[in-house]
Design a protein around this ligand. Sequence first.
Ligand code: ADP
Ligand code: MG
Length: 255
Amino acid sequence: MPEALHISGLVKRYPTGVEALKGVSLDIPQGEFFGLLGPNGAGKSTLIHCTTGLASPTSGQIEIFGHNAVNHYGEARALVGLAPQEPNLDHFLTLEETLDFHGGYFGMPKKDRRERSKELLDAFSLTDKRQERTRTLSGGMKRRLILARALMHRPELLILDEPTAGVDVELRLELWQYVKRINEEGTTILLTTHYLEEAEQLCGRMAFINGGEIVAEGTGPALAKQFGVSSLEDAYLELVGRKELSRAKIDEAIA
Ligand code: ADP
Ligand code: MG
């Protein structure tokens, strides 16, 4: 059985000269809920953009369920649902049109599109708004629609790029519930975040990325052990070179 996502030796150099990925290798088996953690500018979105055809890799291999993401883009991309970091809805489309056009792009027949969009609008509590233009939605509703759109063509691999950045507590918890369920139903998930709590709640395995390189990989406890500390947060602080911020150390100093 091929991996949901197989990346080896991925390098991305932007025309500006920035080397955002410096030879990244990563394997995500089918069914996993995988977290990619790292500070701003680490290369998380670049990795996702290379995987989904929004950026072209400088070198290296990317395969999605065994399909080469560059040479067999169509087959590979059809298996992926992407909720991008920057909301990119068309403001002049209604919610229904947003989902319908997306399904059309992926070749879904009309009847299936109608049923699937109805089901998703309902699941994300957006049915009342279905004929409104997306520009009228609140930030939280936009996030939900973006997730519904990502799921429209029933992808096997769902990629969430910082889905809860700037989102209020209720919506964050609601989104966690949805994606947990989707994972339990069999969809493989790649989540990027810099919220450690989010990663701990959702992800089985995770990788730390910093400066375009993956520096550690494993479950939360395994990562902590690798850095010789007792929590994921402390491991992360080691990663970004800020261990003086460790809450355990601060508590010790106060005591
Ligand atoms: P993250 O998602 O982890 O915050 P990014 O992948 O967005 O990181 O960025 C990684 C690095 O690549 C940063 O130094 C960023 O400034 C740079 N970068 C990202 N996109 C572009 C681009 N389109 N052109 C040039 N540099 C970019
Ligand atoms: Mg990003």
